[in-house]
Structure formats: structure tokens, C-alpha cells
Design a protein around this ligand. Structure first.
Ligand code: GDP
Ligand code: MG
Length: 440
């Protein structure tokens, strides 16, 4: 998957502006790449439609490098489908927290039960594993081995006593956990090789009998195209609150993750990444998106896209300042308005980021306005618009005309230039216009 996507993006990157034909070509490649990764067809269709729509929007066309924006869109949409934020286990308000596992045989439930128990023990919990898989002769034994490795307690049916009724075992196990003050219960259940009505009913019955806080659907990441049907069947038959993706250590590119998350709308909570009991990680949607896109390379592209975008923004602001220049006339107008506004200081104090301006108001001197006005009135319109014209002889002429010294004129020009700089800062920071302060 990654190679093909990387190639696609490389092609895009060499182009300047993105046309609808480019987008279609790219989307076709993304579609093929996702199908190669065993993402279900319906999911691929939804996904590519969304990417296409966004890629053709203004948002992209305004960007400096549209291709990089498309990369970013693909990444964002992948993360969105995968659940956005990382989701943690939900604990019950009143212990024990009951966690039930469901999934096909061989999906990794029993192994995950051990991994989770070990991790919870490490965090100071006292989990109890319940062996409610009575389907296979060896299943209870397997959980016993795993529990021992994890150093966790286990509740299993006595041989010959209650065997055959996993619902009762589950219920009794939860009772036992209450009495023995275990704060977490993990119920391991049976699976079949394929989806099966009887098995589904058994899982649903265990759910009804134990009222779990979390029902985790464990699915093998290598399952490929079957992921959608299996996940749907378990959602309809048992329903679940979260997903555990197992065997992510193999070749699986995460296609199943995308399919399951997209079709069920349930968050993936854990990634199981090996046979050892320590091979368990919280699932991070952003990292999985990167895994699907593979690739440092794509991530670098996304960073570059972001930088390009920032540059573009800065350029726009600079342009705006160039066309709507802040002149001495604006400066004078502002000063006159400041004089009118007694409550200005207080108001500025309440605005975030306006501390600097408030300081200037504190230094504000009423008579200053008169002097400023006198000096500016003595300038020609051209000089008012462009202080760079103000050489020595012009300054002398202005000072005489206003009845002041050249130092006074110099000080005014200096203060104006500071104010102009501040206007730029304000414009860049996006602070809204302040009533009475005139246009910025
Ligand atoms: P269950 O039937 O759902 O309880 O599945 P098991 O826990 O018995 O796992 C089935 C097989 O998959 C066992 O051989 C496990 O060692 C293996 N397995 C489980 N989880 C993982 C995993 O994350 N990575 C790998 N490589 N193997 C796993
Ligand atoms: Mg098992």
C-alpha cells in the first residue's frame, strides 16, 4: 500500500495547480491502494468520495501547494474514520468493572485477556479472569496458563460441575469477583471459525446476564475483506462498545481497522501486537493513519504542506498591510478618538493580547494630541502618506510651521512608526477591530 501511495503523492507533488482530473486520478490511486490493503469496498467508496469532495473545495485551491493539501486531507479523513481521539477503557463507578470479550475463534481473545489482566495489574488493579469458553476442551486450560503468566486470578468451572453452561459460569464468576473484591472482571468467551447463530446467542446471553461495562470485539487484523461482515454480525448479534485489533505485528496494513471502525462506528481501543503478554498498546488513530499511509515520507509532506499554508497566510497579511497602509492621518485620527474615549483603558484591559496597547494608553497625554495635530497639519499630503520623504530640511520646515522643534517632529515620527508596527502585529494576531480605533 505505502509504496503505491507514496508514488501517487510524488506524482502530485510535481504538479503546480490541481485540476479535477488530477484529483480524480489521485483518488483512483488511493482507492486502489486501500483495496490492496484489504479495506472493504464500501468503506473505500465512502472514503474516496469524501476526499474528492474536500480536495476540490476552495480550501485546497487557495493553498500554495494543493497536492500537499490533498495529502493532509487523506490523513485527516483516515484519522476521523479511525475515531479521531484515542479512547480509553471505561471503568464502572462501582466496581467491579465488567469487561466481556467477543470474537471469532482464533481472533486472539484469550491472549488479549491475559495481556489486559497483566497491564491492569501493573496499574494497581486486581483483575479476575473468567473462563466462559467451554466450547473447546482446552480453552479453560489455556486461560489458566495465561492467567498464571499474567499473575492474575482466574474463575473457572470445576471439572464436571457446571460445564456446558457458560452463561452460568460468567454470572457466578462476577458474583465471586464481588465477594472477593476484585475491581475488574474479564470474561473470556467462546468463538467459532465462522459467524454462527448459536454462538452469537450464547454471547448475547452472557452479556445480558452480566451487564458488562465494556464489550470488546476482538478481531484479527489479518482477516482482510471478511472484517466488515464479521464486525457487522457481532454488532447485530451481541453489540460491542469497543474493538481490539489483534495481530497487528504481522503484515496487516490496517485495512481491517479502517473497515471495522468505519462500518460499526465503534472505537478501536487496543492494538495487540504479538504473542507475548506485554505486546499490547493503546490504539492511536493518528498512528494507524500514518501506518496506513506508511510512512515518514507522507508525514514530512504533511508538515511541508502546513508550512506552505502558514507562508501563504503571512503573505496575505503582508499584502493587506501594503494596500491598506496605516498613515500619519490614520494615526492622528486614532489619537483624536482615543481622547474621546474615557473608558478605553478599561476596555482594552479586558481584551486578550492588548497589554501593550494599554501601556501606551497609560502614557497617553492629552496635550500630546494637540501637538501631534499641529505637526501633522504642517505636512504635505504626500509627507503624511509616506514618512520616508521626511528628510532634514522637510522636518525643519514642518517644525517651524507647527511652532515646535525638530526634536518634537522626530519624536512624533518615531512614535508613529512604532504604532504602525503595532498595527501590523495586531493584524497578524487577528485581534478584532476595536470600536473607535478606526480601520486597522
Ligand atoms: P481466541 O480463540 O480468540 O481466544 O484466540 P487466542 O488468544 O487463542 O489466539 C489464537 C492464536 O493467535 C494463538 O496462537 C495466539 O498466540 C495468537 N495471537 C493472539 N494475539 C496475537 C497477536 O497480537 N499477534 C500474534 N502474532 N499472534 C497472536
Ligand atoms: Mg480463546
Amino acid at each position: 500500500l505505502s509504496d503505491r501511495l507514496t508514488e501517487t503523492f510524488r506524482n502530485l507533488r510535481t504538479k503546480g495547480k490541481l485540476t479535477p482530473a488530477d484529483v480524480d486520478g489521485t483518488v483512483r490511486e488511493i482507492r486502489r491502494a486501500l483495496l490492496d490493503a484489504d479495506v472493504a469496498l464500501t468503506v473505500v467508496k465512502d472514503f474516496t468520495a469524501k476526499v474528492r469532495e474536500r480536495a476540490l473545495s476552495d480550501e485546497v485551491n487557495r493553498a500554495l501547494n494543493p497536492a500537499q493539501q490533498v495529502v493532509q486531507i487523506v490523513n485527516e479523513e483516515l484519522i476521523a474514520i479511525l475515531g479521531g481521539e484515542q479512547r480509553r477503557l471505561q471503568f464502572a463507578k462501582n466496581p467491579p468493572t465488567i469487561i466481556m470479550l467477543a470474537g471469532l475463534q482464533g481472533s486472539g481473545k484469550t491472549t488479549f485477556a491475559g495481556k489486559l489482566a497483566k497491564q491492569l495489574e501493573k496499574d494497581g488493579h486486581t483483575p479476575l479472569l473468567i473462563a466462559a469458553d467451554l466450547q473447546r476442551p482446552n480453552a479453560v486450560n489455556q486461560l489458566q496458563v495465561v492467567a498464571e503468566q499474567a499473575g492474575a486470578a482466574i474463575y473457572a468451572p470445576e471439572p464436571g460441575n457446571g460445564v456446558g453452561d457458560p452463561v452460568r459460569v460468567a454470572r457466578d464468576g462476577v458474583e465471586h469477583a464481588r465477594r472477593a473484591l476484585h475491581d475488574i472482571v474479564i470474561i473470556d468467551t467462546a468463538g467459532r471459525l465462522g459467524v454462527d447463530a448459536e454462538l452469537m446467542k450464547q454471547a448475547a446471553d452472557i452479556r445480558a446476564a452480566t451487564q458488562p461495562d465494556e464489550v470488546l470485539f476482538v478481531i484479527d487484523a489479518m482477516i482482510g475483506q471478511d472484517a466488515v461482515n464479521t464486525a457487522k454480525a457481532f454488532q447485530e448479534g451481541v453489540d460491542f462498545t469497543g474493538v481490539v485489533l489483534s495481530k497487528l505485528d504481522g503484515d496487516a496494513r490496517g485495512g481491517a481497522a479502517l473497515s471495522v471502525a468505519s462500518v460499526t462506528g465503534r472505537p478501536i481501543i487496543f492494538a495487540s501486537t504479538g504473542e507475548g503478554l506485554d505486546d499490547l498498546e493503546p490504539f492511536h488513530p493518528d498512528r494507524m493513519a500514518s501506518r496506513i499511509l506508511d510512512l515518514g515520507d507522507i508525514l514530512t509532506l504533511i508538515e511541508q504542506a502546513q508550512e506552505a499554508f502558514d507562508e501563504e497566510e503571512a503573505r496575505k497579511v503582508a499584502e493587506k498591510l501594503a494596500t491598506e497602509q496605516f498613515t500619519l492621518e490614520d494615526f492622528l485620527e486614532q489619537m483624536q478618538q482615543m481622547r474621546k474615549m474615557g473608558s478605553m483603558k478599561k476596555m482594552l484591559g479586558m481584551l486578550p493580547g492588548m497589554g501593550q496597547m494599554k501601556q501606551q494608553l497609560d502614557d497617553f497625554d492629552e496635550r500630546e494630541v494637540d501637538r501631534t495635530e499641529a505637526i501633522i497639519r504642517s505636512m504635505t499630503p504626500a509627507e503624511r502618506r509616506n514618512t520616508k520623504l521626511l528628510n532634514g530640511s522637510r522636518r525643519l520646515r514642518i517644525a517651524r510651521g507647527a511652532g515646535m522643534t525638530v526634536t518634537d517632529v522626530n519624536q512624533l515620527v518615531q512614535r508613529f512608526e512604532q504604532a504602525a508596527k503595532m498595527m501590523k502585529t495586531v493584524a497578524r494576531g487577528g485581534v478584532p477591530n476595536i470600536p473607535g480605533m478606526g480601520a486597522m
